[in-house]
Design a protein. Structure first.
Length: 273
């Protein structure tokens, strides 16, 4: 990742999805070239395969080499660290995941996303112990962490304060299915936009795309998106932040088109975003 904050990146989750071969990828494109094609039309991808099983260093290196120099990967952390009754006992799983080859992504390594089950309620002491286990770097590579909390109990001032104290970001989910709150808790903003509609060629209507572009600009400038729901008071104005917008879930077949349309609304091209 660039060391200079203030970049807006827009993308999708993954790159291998059968319906994209009907409405986004060119007919006949080899499956082995799908990452190459997609990464030149969006500016970030969230890797989800890492959540389900350990990936090899060789795989991370292959993904790095298939993408442009200014590309970024968000990496979803292993479920074996987050899907457990006692989070304070996740140290070994965290260490194994961090050492699995993330460094092979080099400057393309973006945030690490720790996704928790919908049944995992907020326990302040246990969650604080988990956050204390997250490393600040692997080797000489700095790490940035994002919490994707999916139980309503996290919509609490105590969680917001804890996340800010540890400097970790919190996913904003544009969804009715998961807790949706936009409190800024870290030095980056990470939004998962989950309302794509099949009937809309760009997933979201143009006016909604424009609204998300404006929110991204506000977040990048160090402000907050005032109209989005929050648990507590707005964070103090900050310096420029990195912003990640991912179109995920909903009518997933429209996600790439939504990302491309948002980049256009921001006046960004994949080579200059």
């Amino acid at each position: 990742m660039t060391a200079t904050p203030g970049r807006i990146r827009v993308g999708v989750g993954g790159w291998m999805y059968e319906p994209w071969r009907d409405n986004f990828y060119p007919t006949g494109l080899a499956h082995t070239r799908e990452l190459e094609y997609l990464s030149r039309r969006v500016t970030a991808i969230e890797i989800n395969a890492t959540y389900y099983r350990t990936q090899s260093a060789a795989s991370f290196a292959k993904w790095r080499d298939a993408t442009p120099d200014d590309f970024a990967f968000a990496v979803k952390a292993t479920r074996y660290a987050t899907n457990r009754r006692v989070l304070a006992e996740a140290g070994e799983s965290i260490e194994r995941f961090v050492a699995s080859g993330l460094v092979e992504l080099g400057p393309k390594l973006g945030p690490i996303v720790w996704q928790f089950a919908t049944t995992k309620a907020f326990d302040a002491d246990d969650f604080a112990a988990f956050l204390a286990l997250l490393p600040a770097r692997v080797g000489s590579t700095p790490l940035r962490h994002v919490m994707e909390v999916r139980h309503p109990s996290f919509k609490a001032p105590e969680y917001i304060a804890l996340a800010r104290r540890h400097g970790v970001a919190t996913v904003f989910a544009d969804s009715d299915e998961y807790p949706s709150f936009a409190d800024v808790t870290g030095d980056l903003v990470y939004a998962r936009l989950m309302r794509c509609e099949s009937s809309c060629e760009t997933g979201y209507p143009a006016a909604t795309i424009a609204a998300w572009a404006e929110r991204a600009r506000a977040w990048r400038a160090g402000a907050e998106a005032a109209e989005l729901p929050r648990v507590g008071a707005a964070a103090a104005p900050a310096a420029a932040r990195d912003v990640f917008l991912f179109f995920i879930s909903g009518a997933k077949e429209r996600a790439p088109a939504a990302a491309v349309a948002t980049l256009a609304a921001l006046g960004l091209s994949p080579s200059a975003a």
